[in-house]
Design a binder for this molecule. Structure first.
Ligand code: BGC
Length: 768
């Protein structure tokens, strides 16, 4: 009833005011949707300056705080029209209450938008994004985003701050966990899949939510892997290697974008006009909403960019529409307008984008569209969603080593399950899972016990997560505790060895806690913590077979483990169903098929290490370890420990050399590349067939390899199949020194294989 009245009021207002809507300034981007344009222009013409500035203010409901600032006087601000939206306010009840306040007490009854960091699932939690990217399975990734949207939308949310598409080549960076790894092509495919999953075909549907691609830009390229740190990069490198996933998300229709915390070539992203207007709006044609990151405007004071009024004006002028948490816009823009430091058309532009986002979500038709108690009760954490999360987790695990086919384990075996992560529920969902119910996550212990009977699973903690209790505290925040055991280390190891002695096989669940990666969780030492390594050494000395489960939110340095442990399964953080998914894979009900989306280095000193590097003028000869006056190290080879694209299976695959239908390609033609893929083992399995190219000569130097296509295929034991790819000129294009996207005639190599290193090659030529 109340809602009908609201619709009528806004409807009449808009009809009346549409006729006298102000003419749009050139700096205001005109929306393609005429109806929306008429509606929003009408509304804008009715708004006071204060109400317009109010729409630019995004406040936190305070349930997931990632900075030191929080907002106050929320009710009063809603009534006064000083809020455009909230994030981190959850549940239909609370969201409805806030929306009712906005609709019933603010002068223009403009609905609020409600955001949340729905990063890898809502209540049903999927693997961390880095894990999801290791599935190389785009329909699966898209489905995880669809489910996340269905659940979040059922609980009142209509906007997610995801996908994070920042390319990173530095595993020291904690937020490596939140992205899709190191590759611009794979990253772009995933960015598209995520946006499609969240937004579907119809943003107004009560099962979809608006995506927010972040963090624009280059947030993953911070110096030394330290969070929020400086980036300085040539534009050629940006365009070719770091920007493609943002562009892919925008081309897929992402409704909004978040500016990053870092500075880029001396200018903070939040006030970077080149980035937010010239590139984003003018060159890429982005028509959605641009929001800052958490207090991103205020932080420019510490960047050394001026006081709050100054940086707020700069942010608006650069292209920021909405100010997250910091209230710089709210408290300074009016005065800046009076002083001529910003223009009314800049405020109108920002307000227009906020209102358009709400319009696209259907909030003007029905502000309570996403507040449906029935859906909240029936659509969240359903058995079907959990089953899908279990499948996603199983697909994300990467089998790094499996000597003598130690895995899979027979269900009848007695297993010694040992390690600080073996019996933890709360660490399984992984970092940035603010809406998950930690108590419902499945631990490894529970998963194995349910699969093979509790009498077969003998458990011991074996060691603390970290030796230093203070470090452990920092690494287990946000309710992700791992209880500390105060016994001496030797005593804990002794207990573990007693348990191990009664088992057929040892499964060691070691690595990072979930909060050892994520925001503000950078590490300079990316090995498994020493206290856990000592436990592992003791377990290995028993002579029993040891399977290592590695929990990690980044590529770890696993050199010592790789040298000594016969079987290693990298399980990231698999989400709520982790324990079940681990049981599926350990017992062979699911055959691992994950492939690394980022290079694993031999040690931290090799960083940045990535497969698509340049050759240098003094490359090391193939197969050599060290050559004087060549580009290499004295103490370690240039090789990664595990290359990009790598991952084993319980079966084996043979991929033939690529066969090309022609060796000369015209710029308007194409080349067909075919390989034969055979499952040569005795189990059904999945393989990711990967196609890379190398452009041998260019007007700028080209990487030694670039992923250009891949296909994940399932083959029964003994089955063979042809896999065909078509290369066109577009696949050979890159940004040249003038930042033109061009192809250049000449010689190319094409490589096909099942990792970036295990490939077979052929040659072709591009002619104009
Ligand atoms: C993070 C963003 C996140 C925002 C809102 C920030 O600290 O960098 O990724 O979306 O908080 O929670």
């Amino acid at each position: 009833m109340r809602f009908l009245k609201y619709q009528a009021v806004v409807g009449v207002c808009v009809l009346l005011i549409a006729a006298c809507a102000p003419k749009k300034n050139i700096s205001e981007v005109s929306p393609p949707d005429k109806k929306m344009d008429v509606f929003v222009s009408g509304l804008l013409s009715k708004m006071t300056l204060e109400e317009k500035i109010g729409q630019l203010n995004l406040l936190t409901g305070g349930e997931a705080v990632t900075g030191s600032a929080v907002n106050s006087d929320l009710e009063a601000k809603i009534k006064n029209g000083q809020v455009g939206g909230f994030f981190s306010l959850t549940s239909v009840e609370r969201i409805r209450k806030a929306q009712e306040l906005a609709i019933s007490t603010s002068r223009l009854k403009i609905p609020l938008i409600f955001g949340l960091d729905v990063i890898h699932g809502y209540k049903t939690t999927f693997p961390i994004p880095l894990g999801l990217s290791a599935t190389w399975d785009m329909p699966l990734i898209q489905r995880t985003a669809e489910i996340a949207a269905e659940e979040a939308a059922a609980d009142g949310i209509n906007w997610t701050f995801s996908p994070m598409v920042d390319i990173s080549r530095d595993p020291r960076w904690g937020r490596f966990s939140e992205g899709s790894g190191e590759d611009p092509y794979l990253g772009s495919e995933i960015a598209r899949a995520m946006v499609k999953g969240y937004q579907g075909d119809d943003l107004m549907s009560e099962t979809t939510i608006m995506a927010c691609v972040k963090h624009f830009a280059l947030y993953g390229a911070g110096e030394a892997g330290r969070d929020y740190n400086t980036t300085d990069m040539s534009k050629v490198r940006m365009y070719n290697e770091f920007l493609p996933p943002y562009k892919a998300a925008i081309d897929a229709g992402a409704g909004s974008l978040m500016a990053s915390f870092n500075e880029i070539n001396g200018i903070p992203a939040t006030a970077n006009k080149w980035l937010l207007t010239d590139l984003l709006r003018k060159e890429w044609g982005f028509k959605g909403l641009v929001v800052t990151d958490y207090t991103g405007i205020n932080e420019m004071v510490d960047h050394g960019y001026g006081d709050l009024p100054h940086v707020s004006a700069l942010a608006l002028k650069a292209g920021i529409d909405m100010d997250m948490v910091g209230e710089g816009f709210l408290t300074t823009l009016k005065r800046s307008l009076d002083e001529g430091k910003v223009s009314i058309s800049e405020i109108n532009r920002a307000c227009r984008f906020v209102l358009e986002a709400k319009y696209k979500l259907g909030l003007f038709d029905d502000p309570f569209r996403y507040c449906n108690d029935e859906r909240a009760k029936t659509k969240i954490f359903t058995a079907a969603n959990r089953a899908f999360a279990r499948k996603a987790a199983g697909s994300s695990f990467v089998l790094l080593k499996n000597d003598k086919q130690l895995l899979p384990i027979k269900k009848s075996s007695t297993i010694a399950l040992i390690g600080p992560l073996a019996d933890s529920k709360v660490n399984m969902p992984g970092t940035w899972s603010v809406s998950t119910d930690l108590s419902k996550a499945i631990s490894v212990r529970q998963g194995l016990e349910e699969a093979s009977g509790s009498s077969k699973i003998l458990y011991a903690t074996g060691s603390n997560l970290l030796e230093d209790p203070e470090y452990q505290k920092r690494a287990t925040m946000f309710g992700r505790e791992i209880p500390r055991d105060n016994r001496p280390e030797a005593e804990m190891i002794k207990e573990a060895l007693t348990v191990a002695a009664r088992s057929d096989v040892i499964v060691a669940a070691l690595g990072e806690s979930s909060e050892m990666s994520g925001e503000s969780s950078s590490r300079t030492d990316i090995r498994i913590p020493a206290v856990q390594q000592r436990l592992l050494d003791a377990l290995l000395k028993t002579g029993k077979p040891v399977v290592l489960l590695v929990f990690a939110g980044r590529p770890l340095d696993l050199s010592s483990e790789n040298a000594n442990v016969p079987a290693i399964l990298n399980v990231w953080f698999g989400g709520t169903e982790t324990g079940y998914a681990i049981a599926d894979v350990l017992f062979g009900d699911v055959n691992p098929s994950g492939k690394l989306s980022a290079t694993f280095p031999q040690n931290v000193g090799q960083i940045p290490l990535y497969y698509n590097h340049k050759n240098t003028g003094r490359p090391l000869e193939k197969g050599k370890w060290f050559q004087k006056f060549r580009s290499n190290y004295l103490d370690v080879s240039n090789d990664p420990l595990f290359p990009f694209g790598f991952g084993l299976s319980y079966t084996s695959f043979d991929i033939s050399a690529p066969v090309l239908d022609k060796t000369v390609m015209n710029t308007n033609g194409s080349i067909s590349v075919t390989v034969n893929v055979k499952n040569t083992g005795s189990r059904d399995g999945e393989e990711v067939v990967q196609l890379y190219i190398r452009d041998l000569v260019g007007t700028i130097t080209r990487p030694v390899k670039e992923l250009k296509a891949f296909r994940k295929i399932a083959l029964k034991a003994g089955e063979a199949r042809e896999v065909n790819f078509t290369l066109t000129e577009n696949d050979l294009k890159f940004y040249n020194a003038e930042l033109e996207f061009v192809s250049e005639p000449g010689d190319f190599k094409v490589f096909i294989g099942n990792s970036s290193e295990n490939v077979k090659e052929a040659n072709f030529k591009l002619i104009k």
